[in-house]
Design a protein around this ligand. Structure first.
Ligand code: F6P
Length: 560
């Protein structure tokens, strides 16, 4: 781009792709898929992962044009600025260095001129030491009992990533074995029902609470932390906090003010965005308590492998770059506003919710990084469910309704294989039959002519016709281990960054979450004064006043 304030849509590369849409609209995936050379060029392998994007509505020419768009967007420079610790999160004046969280001990990654890797490893070593003490029972609670259960209190990025990784590895044989006799739970929502569910069946005597908050000011997390502090101190006395509560934060002063011993706090840094923090103490501490540090270290290594691939592989073979460019193609050129994340793996059931934050909080922006209003949409609506459950839910719309590019994620080797004697296939093969079938159903569809040949009655033909030409990609992982979960995470993190870099936005701030928080403060104040002094409602519009009045009049909330 000529100047830093120019928008990507003004470049020749963007305009060229706009024109190219017409060519693509003349194609059908049925025909594109019959070109073996094209398909072969759209498959690649890295470190055990296999990517097939031949079912994208793209030709070799499209890919060529997308690579030109990457050049016009100065993608290589932007990636390099990220890894060099430049303050690419300009609205918060911060570096974006989550890759440093999983870098090998001898790597050098600088923020503001200082190598951050030794600090990262100091915290990792502290987590290793602490989690071993808890797991071995050498650290005991206030009544002398070992702490076998952990409740991690946090929300958003201080919750979704750790929950995803926990859910993904909990049935992996190695992780399962190392977690025997232990429980890890996550308290995120301020809904008191979530508190009730999370402490149900737990004994404060044997529970460790980990308060996870980058800022240590998030209203929900702090109230939930105070609620669990009350649960512990009511049962065990005020001094029990020292043994039963620890924290993860960048704000160690507030951790201390809360009453948690600073020695029991695990730091991270402002160059780690909340939604990119699962590889910091945010995820590593709770996961190490549950599975042991050596399992979690494999997760970090998997992510690091993708970091190196992303940083050094030419774009035409670079998985996050290719996926990011294809997403830009689908959103900005083909006009598909959503993306379905469809892992054929129950263990990945929390992957889509995590990626929703990573992607939508990062790329749902209305202005360029320089503050210019964007004449094009950014970000996509991410959603998903594991297969085959999703097939019995929203796939109808994907097959015959709106066009939604799909990410199919499959695993070669099941974490928990089952084969029943006499069955046609193993349970995992049954699952994977669907993984292989769905992308073709979407791509090829079914024509009225085919239905006629099958003697389908005329009145049903329109209903049974599938237009096809619906794009997807398939990612095949050899197995689902801590390592491959790390790979998967980093692929999506970097893919989202690629999209943001091309769109010319700041993918690392999140000002859009602030307004609602401010308005909730006004409501909170009003609820307090109405409940304690009977103050009349003031300063709200007709609708909110009516709703609040009804809530206050009919609510059975305990009075303060
Ligand atoms: O870790 P914290 O500071 O409690 O923030 C939690 C979450 O709140 C947000 O700031 C906004 O929802 C997220 O970006 C962040 O992950």
């Amino acid at each position: 781009m000529a100047s830093s304030t120019a928008l990507i849509c003004d470049t020749e590369a963007w305009k060229d792709l706009k024109g190219h849409v017409e060519d693509i609209n003349k194609t059908h995936l049925r025909d594109l898929m019959s070109d073996a050379n094209r398909c072969q060029s759209m498959m690649m392998e890295f470190d055990g992962l296999f990517l097939d994007y031949s079912r994208q509505r793209a030709t070799i020419e499209t890919m060529d044009k997308l690579l030109k768009l990457a050049k016009a967007a100065q993608l290589a420079e932007k990636i390099s600025r990220m890894f060099s610790g430049d303050h690419i999160n300009s609205t918060e004046n911060r570096s974006v260095l989550h890759a440093a969280l999983r870098a090998p001990k001898d790597a050098v990654i600088k923020a503001d001129g200082k190598n951050v890797v030794p600090e990262v490893w100091n915290v990792l070593d502290k987590i290793k030491d602490f989690s071993e003490k808890i797991r071995s029972g050498s650290w005991v609670g206030a009544t002398g009992k070992p702490l076998k259960d952990v409740v991690a209190v946090g929300i958003g990025g201080s919750f979704l990533g750790p929950l995803f990784v926990h859910t993904a590895i909990q049935t992996d044989p190695e992780a399962l074995e190392s977690a025997k006799g232990r429980q890890l739970r996550f308290l995120a929502n301020i809904d008191p029902v979530d508190v009730a569910r999370n402490i149900n069946g737990l004994n404060p005597e044997t529970t460790l609470v980990v308060v996870v908050s980058k800022t240590f000011t998030t209203a929900e997390t702090m109230l939930n932390a105070r609620t669990l502090r009350e649960w512990i101190t009511t049962a065990l006395g005020a001094s029990a906090v020292a043994k039963h509560m620890v924290a993860v934060s960048t704000n160690l002063a507030l951790v201390e003010k809360f009453g948690i011993d600073p020695n029991n706090a695990f730091a991270f840094w402002d160059w780690v965005g909340g939604r990119y923090s699962v590889c910091s103490a945010v995820g590593v501490l709770p996961l190490s308590l549950q599975y042991g540090f050596s399992v979690v270290e494999k997760f970090l290594k998997g992510a690091s492998s993708i970091d190196q691939h992303f940083q050094s592989t030419p774009f035409e073979k670079n998985i996050p770059v290719l996926l990011g460019l294809l997403s830009v193609w689908n959103v900005s050129f083909l006009g598909y506003p959503a993306r379905a994340i469809l892992p054929y793996s129950q263990a990945l059931e929390k992957f889509a919710p995590h990626i929703q934050q990573v992607s939508m909080e990062s790329n749902g922006k209305g202005v360029s990084i320089d503050g210019l209003p964007l004449p094009y949409e950014t970000g996509e609506i991410d959603f998903g469910e594991p297969g085959t459950n999703g097939q019995h839910s929203f796939y109808q719309l994907i097959h015959q309704g709106r066009v939604i590019p799909c990410d199919f994620i499959g695993i070669v080797k099941s974490q928990q294989p089952v084969y029943l004697k006499g069955e046609v296939v193993s349970n995992h093969d049954e699952l994977m039959s669907n993984f292989f079938a769905q992308p073709d159903a979407l791509a090829y569809g079914k024509t009225p002519e085919q239905l006629q040949k099958e003697n389908v009655s005329e009145n049903l033909i329109p209903h049974k016709t599938f237009s096809g030409n619906r794009p997807s990609l398939s990612l095949l992982l050899p197995e689902l281990t801590a390592y491959s979960v790390g790979q998967l995470l980093a692929i999506y993190e970097h893919r989202v960054a690629v999209q943001g870099f091309v769109w010319g936005i700041n993918s690392f701030d999140q000002w859009g979450v602030e307004l609602g928080k401010v308005l909730a403060t006004q409501v909170r104040k009003q609820l307090h004064s109405s409940r304690t002094q009977g103050t009349a409602l003031e300063g709200f519009n007709y609708s909110t006043t009516t709703l609040l009045k009804r809530y206050l009049e009919t609510s059975s909330e305990p009075q303060i």
